[in-house]
Design a protein around this ligand. Structure first.
Ligand SMILES: [Zn+2]
Length: 78
């Protein structure tokens, strides 16, 4: 069976609808939220090649900064 999402790879189990990579992407979507995933895809992938690397760096940097902030604020709550 071909994956119902990417329509390229084989499904990862006999009764499954998705391949291994699309299952991973599904978990990431649940983890970060569909809006976050879509905004990353749109801002990072739908631009020309030279600015792509800079966009990836910016996305990773802002994500790490946000997480660090959440960790700090949790420590203060405890
Ligand atoms: Zn797939």
């Amino acid at each position: 069976m071909v994956c119902a999402f990417c329509l390229v790879n084989a499904t990862d189990s006999f009764f499954g609808s998705y391949c291994e990579k699309c299952h991973k992407m599904q978990r990431l979507t649940h983890l970060f939220g569909i809006e976050k995933i879509m905004s990353v895809l749109e801002t990072v992938l739908l631009v020309d090649e030279p600015t792509q690397k800079e966009k990836i760096k910016d996305e990773l940097k802002s994500d790490l900064t946000t997480r660090e902030y959440h960790l700090r604020s949790r420590k203060q709550d405890a």
